[in-house]
Design a protein around this ligand. Structure first.
Ligand code: SAH
Length: 359
């Protein structure tokens, strides 16, 4: 007869196995996700910190986030800028405005610019190409990251040829049925996954990721997410808690928790030791020290906002978003202080994934 394993030593043992083997069975992943033993989070995050320090020391990489449009042709049920939200006050930045954000960001020490937006057909392939080229011409020592949703492979190829280095496209959930509960039927799980494979094939450093605690999410979905990350091997993984937006059908749903987000950050660090892992704005929104806690759980990237201050309050994916009132210079000062308060250091660097050297 099998003896019921002592729960406490079982959980800690599974954490040791994750560290040593970078792999677990589905049941073991669930056990780590569900473990409520005192001291377990600290045990897991100590291991995650040790690994991140082995690869990246105390460095925290900065990405300057430019939210350049909040027009969106999609209607994701969770998102405050979905097309069906008539209350969203829409804006777009011109190429000149985007370039001047980058110029200012460069002077502040940013060497990566992330252009994020809704899926806005106004920015045709040619416009995106022109923007990417202009940034790379002005700042050849910088990396450009795009985060503009799903396009076809030839468009992704054009952006890459224009100089874009990285692409962020969260997979949102690795379970097709769950995906369909979060998106209208015109959006397809298979197409999103195809986009991720296309991006990788083209040669981008690719970021994917999921929301933590999104509506209908179960432990088994998170296990699938981890399994997907393990197989896909993205260069970056962006995760953050789901936070309800008052003008969506998920307005009354519960937000994801800090603790589950931190636990997943540590697990992802152990699973993909040299991955780039941001402590996200959403994490900083549900907890005033969320980003610092994220760094202590194994994250090594932060993405301060570089958008012009007059549009910041309009890029509202969820309620109570932080840093909507600050100037960029203020944001970076604040961020550097937060990071050093937990013993880490923001650095001026492109912060490429270890497998991609600077050319
Ligand atoms: N249109 C781009 C960028 C989307 S915004 C794209 O489709 O990739 C970036 C991320 O914000 C999304 O991928 C999603 O994971 C997250 N997000 C959107 N709404 C959110 C909410 N209510 N709470 C937390 N995160 C949210």
């Amino acid at each position: 007869m099998m003896l019921e394993p002592d729960k406490r030593s079982y959980c800690f043992g599974v954490a040791d196995k994750l560290e040593a083997e970078r792999d677990l069975t589905d049941d073991e992943f669930s056990a780590v996700l569900l473990c409520d033993e005192p001291g377990f989070d600290e045990y897991l995050s100590e291991k995650a910190r040790a690994i991140r320090e082995k690869y990246y020391g105390k460095a925290v990489y900065l990405r300057g986030l430019i939210e350049f449009t909040n027009y969106c042709k999609n209607n994701c049920y969770y998102c405050g800028i979905r097309r069906g939200n008539a209350n969203a006050e829409r804006y777009r930045l011109s190429e000149e405005q985007i370039i001047s954000c980058c110029d200012m960001g460069y002077d502040l020490g940013f060497r990566t610019f992330v252009l994020q937006g809704g899926e806005d057909p106004y920015y045709t392939d040619d416009k995106v190409v022109s923007i990417v080229k202009a940034i790379k011409e002005g700042h050849p020592d910088c990396a450009v990251t795009l985060s503009i949703g799903e396009r076809e492979k030839d468009s992704y190829q054009k952006f890459f040829d224009a100089g874009a280095d990285r692409y962020l496209l969260r997979h949102e959930t690795a379970d097709k049925e769950h995906y369909e509960m979060l998106h209208p039927s015109e959006l397809s799980f298979d197409h999103r996954m195809q986009c991720l494979r296309d991006l990788k094939e083209i040669g981008y450093q690719v970021g994917c990721g999921m929301m933590v605690g999104s509506p209908y999410q179960k432990t088994e979905h998170l296990v699938k997410d981890l399994r997907f990350l393990q197989g896909f091997k993205p260069e970056m993984v962006g995760i953050g808690p789901f936070i309800p937006h008052h003008d969506t059908q998920f307005a009354d749903c519960e937000a994801g928790t800090v603790d589950m987000t931190l636990r997943l950050l540590s697990m992802i660090r152990l699973l993909l030791p040299d991955v780039l892992l941001p402590a996200t704005t959403a994490l900083g929104t549900i907890d005033p020290r969320g980003r610092e806690k994220g760094i202590l759980a194994g994250a090594n990237v932060v993405m301060p906002n570089l958008s012009p201050s007059d549009v910041r309050g309009k890029y509202l994916l969820y309620d109570n978003k932080i840093c909507t009132g600050d100037e960029a210079a203020e944001c970076i000062r604040c961020m550097a202080m937060r990071i050093s308060s937990v013993g880490y250091e923001t650095v001026v660097s492109r912060g490429d994934h270890a497998a991609f050297g600077m050319e």
